[in-house]
Design a protein around this ligand. Structure first.
Ligand SMILES: Cc1cc2nc3c(=O)[nH]c(=O)nc-3n(C[C@H](O)[C@H](O)[C@H](O)COP(=O)(O)O)c2cc1C
Length: 170
């Protein structure tokens, strides 16, 4: 995702709603942390510090919000690469809110469906509703909210649902 990321804006809407519902939140923007390519090396301790910090933060979280832009009809390689570092049972039993962002008018359904599959594969609990933004370049107002009020409400509900779900699971 890019530096002036619309995905970051969408994730922020969910995180703000989760915060209002009582959660402590932290946003990790992959564009800022410079993860290397995951290569299944024998000695994982040789990955740079940002990898260990990323894994530690995800491990400590009770719930996650994962957002990806849609690239070439699916989630980005950057997001998949980050998930590849979360081996073993790091995500097992965690509640995960999923969202997608697309430049096109059809939304990011392939992205959200793929993330649903991956989360199930990793024994996480993806929330059933995984909304996506379409026409991302004109979807947000200057305050960072979605111009479509119903969609804004869906993204906010994703944050409160995540907090509810975490409470049930923990
Ligand atoms: C390489 C590339 C491929 C893209 N492919 C698609 C696509 O298949 N479908 C679509 O709707 N938008 C596509 N887009 C548009 C992005 O989904 C859109 O610009 C999105 O807002 C990018 O997220 P960001 O603002 O967080 O960087 C593509 C953008 C790039 C750079």
């Amino acid at each position: 995702m890019s530096q002036g990321s619309t995905t970051k804006q969408a994730v922020n809407i969910v995180l703000e709603a989760a915060k209002r519902a009582g959660a402590q939140t932290e946003l990790i923007h992959l564009g800022d942390i410079n993860l290397p390519i995951y290569d299944d090396r024998e000695d994982a301790t040789t990955y740079p510090e940002q990898v260990h910090e990323f894994i530690r933060k995800v491990t400590e979280a009770d719930g996650l919000v994962i957002g990806s832009p849609e690239y070439h009809g699916n989630m980005t390689g950057a997001v998949k690469n980050a998930i590849d570092f979360l081996s073993g049972r790091i995500l097992q039993g965690k509640a995960v809110a999923i969202l997608g962002v697309a430049g096109g008018s059809m939304g990011a359904t392939n992205t959200t469906n793929t993330l649903q599959m991956i989360m199930r594969n990793l024994h996480a609990w993806p929330l059933p509703s995984s909304p996506s933004v379409s026409s991302s370049y004109m979807a947000f107002d200057e305050t960072g909210k979605l111009k479509d009020e119903k969609l804004q409400a869906r993204f906010e509900a994703l944050g409160t649902d995540l907090v509810d779900f975490v409470k049930r699971l923990t």
